[in-house]
Design a protein around this ligand. Structure first.
Ligand code: NIG
Ligand code: FE
Length: 372
């Protein structure tokens, strides 16, 4: 492969490419070449532990009941607010470092553990500061849940007013968790419209615990993605198909919450593009291995290995509004990773989905520069 000025200039078999001056020639030598992976849904900025929730859920309590009882996301909000900014940055960089080792070159990071104007702004600032060598795209998720000490009407007013004003300059998208224990459909409508009016792309945590209709609502607002979708219905799917909204599969959350699969066959049938992401967070998906999520998406949701590979690269990039990423094609950003196949395996990228082995990239390149 040839890269010039950070873009892919030519792709071809070994020995067939001549590098003009100013070009970088990268030789795969029997390794598997992947576009830099794209993790399009993470909550990578947080402090504190949720080990307690994990143990409670294992003994039968539900995610929604723990949240409604003041635990869950609220536990992480308290710890994240209390952490010094330098500590949050250190933790976020450490998480991104793990992802880079797996070949992930673009990461979306949401706020949502601040739930107050300055605390939300600070999370987005930390996320942006953590960029490099990876690309980071940020999403404002002040609508993650309602702080227990706040009146919900007042909180939504603040969110759509001063909080959005402080956060929009640091964000690429707006997201809302519309669900049992979180925001209603009416609130989600108001929040997403306010975010869109502030110039942000629309996303939603949709139809995860209870069916709310937010997937159809967000799609009608032109959402780039609707994520989770365990309880999406025919109406949601039709609206997403009509809008070209990407469905983001989060098999880590499905596994940890021992939940049902999203309706993959119906999404596929309707022509809704399928992405796969980690949902990295300390509660419902303490998972940073995007390859493992690709494997789980096949085993627990029924994606094909080809769909899973596209789901962690080009389709994930589309969910972020970045069609120039996640492809090994002329003109795309020269972000890619080289992997040695598992022992005895063939150099076919599908073997990296087949084997649940914590794949680590031998080389990682961003913008035509080697970063690992
Ligand atoms: O995507 N469901 C809401 N938000 C996250 C969980 C965050 C948390 O539990 O801390 C999710 O699963
Ligand atoms: Fe999430």
């Amino acid at each position: 492969m040839l890269a010039i000025d950070g873009r892919i200039a030519e792709v071809g078999p070994a020995g067939t490419l001549d590098a003009p001056s100013g070009a970088v020639l990268i030789e795969g030598m029997g390794r598997i070449a992947m576009p830099g992976l794209v993790d399009c849904h993470t909550h990578s900025v947080w402090a504190g532990t949720r080990l307690g929730d994990f143990v409670r859920r294992l003994s039968g309590e539900t995610y929604a009941a723990i949240l409604e009882g003041g635990g869950g996301i609220h536990t992480t909000v308290a710890a994240t607010r209390a952490a010094p900014e330098a500590e949050l940055l250190r933790l976020t960089r450490a998480r991104l470092g793990t992802m880079l080792a797996h070949g992930v070159t673009t990461v979306e990071i949401k706020s949502g553990y601040g739930l107050a104007v300055e605390a939300e702004r600070r999370m987005l600032a930390v996320a942006r500061a953590a960029a490099g060598p990876q690309r980071v795209l940020t999403t404002f998720l002040g609508a993650h849940t309602i702080p227990p000490d706040r009146d919900r009407r007042e909180y939504v007013d603040e969110l759509c007013g001063p909080m959005l004003a402080a956060c929009a300059p640091l964000a690429d998208a707006v997201d809302v968790y519309c669900d049992r224990g979180a925001f209603t459909l009416e609130e989600a409508d108001r929040i997403l419209r306010a975010g869109a009016a502030a110039g942000l792309a629309v996303k939603a945590h949709a139809e995860q615990v209870a069916h709310t209709g937010v997937a159809a609502l967000a799609a009608r607002l032109g959402a780039r993605s609707c994520d989770h979708l365990e309880r999406a219905d025919a109406d949601d799917i039709a609206a997403m198909a009509a809008a070209g909204t990407v469905a983001v599969m989060l098999p880590g959350a499905m596994l940890y919450l021992r939940d049902v699969s999203p309706p993959v066959a119906a999404l596929r049938e309707a022509g809704v593009p399928l992405a796969v992401a980690t949902d990295l967070n300390p509660g419902s998906s303490p998972v940073s291995d995007l390859w493992a999520c690709a494997t789980l998406a096949c085993l627990t949701m029924g994606l094909t290995p080809e769909e899973a590979l596209a789901g962690i690269t080009s389709v994930a990039a589309r969910a972020l509004g970045r069609p120039d990423l996640g492809r090994l094609e002329v003109g795309a950003a020269a972000d890619f990773a080289l992997f040695t196949p598992p022992p005895g395996e063939i150099a076919d990228p599908r073997v990296l989905v087949q084997h649940l082995a914590g794949h680590r990239a031998e080389q990682v390149w961003v913008d035509g520069v080697r970063v690992r």
